[in-house]
Ligand binder design. Structure first.
Ligand code: SF4
Ligand code: SF4
Ligand code: SF4
Length: 351
């Protein structure tokens, strides 16, 4: 009889502490669904790998996202009501889009999902968050709108909208003791989000320690470095070799790149399957992952104020270094003089 072929890794793994986890993903904040669309491009891991059980050690995961779901209407909404009644089991709440302030208008509402079965009235996005956040094992804000307010929360907006930490409180904790987890980006880099969700699923399963977050509630391993730290063009910056028009391979700071002061790993990670990465492929960094986005980075395409000083300061040093490196490179591009076919040995060898 042939022995059952269970992979060795599966035999040695701990079982997850919970067998099933639902991901309730509300896209009814003020947003464009761009983060949902973005994660369909994830590969590390892909959403398919997580949902189809291809990743060892994970509980069974069910996704409820209105843009990606096969169900619609009441069939889709039933999971939300079950979660509200405390009958869904363990779930992670994902919030996409900024949270409007429903206290500042006299009538109507800014954003809603589904209908209250008792009153026949729309259930506002804020009400869903109020109902579900206390029951979730973890709450994740995806995209800069949901994390810090983003584009909809610009100066002059009429909705008074904000990010999830502003709404729930920066010190808020889930019933499992987790802070709000913020994965910013406009849109989010797909693997950044899926990797964070995977980490949280492992944590819910009892197989990972507390997720490390910075002061802005971002995963530290994803947002601990700047765009500039990982930019393909940083060598040009260091030599004060700046682009003055698009299409140049040189540093884009004079064209409005904010990379030196922006926490984002996109130049290192790429956008999809390692390809792309804003400045690497010619696009200035406009700081889309940052709590101050967009107001503090506007007008886009103007040289950042701090960049003028730093690029002047590096100008003298960079020009001298570039010159010296040019001479050294000329030398390094020439072979040593003893490589010849004359009838004499000039290598310096003495028998
Ligand atoms: Fe759309 Fe950007 Fe807001 Fe995401 S963060 S919902 S991509 S506007
Ligand atoms: Fe830094 Fe931007 Fe220049 Fe890249 S293009 S080196 S991120 S300033
Ligand atoms: Fe946003 Fe800049 Fe990162 Fe590009 S490099 S995703 S513009 S923060």
């Amino acid at each position: 009889m042939v022995a059952a072929t269970v992979p060795y890794g599966r035999k040695t793994q701990h079982s997850p502490a919970v067998k099933e986890v639902h991901v309730l993903w509300i896209t009814a904040g003020l947003g464009c669904d761009g983060d949902t669309v973005s994660i369909t491009a994830a590969t590390q891991p892909s959403i398919e790998d997580v949902l189809r059980g291809a990743i060892p050690g994970l509980p069974k995961v069910y996704l409820h996202n209105p843009v990606l779901a096969y169900e619609n209407g009441d069939e889709f909404m039933k999971y939300w009501y079950l979660a509200d009644d405390g009958r869904l089991g363990a779930f992670v709440l994902v919030v996409e889009g900024s949270i409007p302030n429903e206290k500042i208008h006299r009538e109507g509402y800014w954003a809603a999902l589904g209908t209250d079965q008792r009153t026949g009235q729309p259930i506002t996005t804020c009400e869903w968050i109020d109902r579900l956040a206390p029951k979730a094992v973890a709450v994740v804000a995806i995209g800069t709108c949901a994390t810090y307010g983003g584009i909809h929360a610009m100066e002059g907006n009429p909705t008074g909208c904000m990010g999830l930490p502003d709404y729930l409180g920066w010190d808020w904790k889930s019933k499992a003791g987790l802070p709000i987890v913020c994965v910013p980006g406009c849109p989010v880099q797909p693997d950044n989000f899926m990797e964070t969700l995977l980490y949280l699923l492992y944590q819910v399963a009892g197989l990972a320690p507390m997720i490390p977050l910075d002061d802005c509630l971002r995963p530290t391993w994803l947002f601990g470095k700047t765009v500039h730290d990982g930019c393909d063009r940083a060598g040009y910056y260091e030599q004060a070799d700046f682009a003055h028009e698009y299409g140049s391979p040189k540093c884009l700071v004079k064209l409005g790149c904010w990379g030196p002061v922006v926490n984002c790993n996109v130049p290192k990670r790429g956008w999809m399957a390692g390809i792309g990465g804003c400045p690497n492929v010619g696009g200035i960094c406009i700081g889309c992952t940052m709590p101050g986005f967009p107001d503090k980075f506007m007008p886009f395409m103007d040289e950042p104020p701090g960049a003028r000083l730093s690029s002047v300061a590096i100008g003298f040093y960079g020009r001298v270094i570039r010159k010296l490196r040019g001479w050294t490179m000329d030398t390094a591009n020439k072979e040593p003089k003893w490589r010849h076919r004359r009838p004499e040995l000039t290598t310096g060898y003495h028998p």
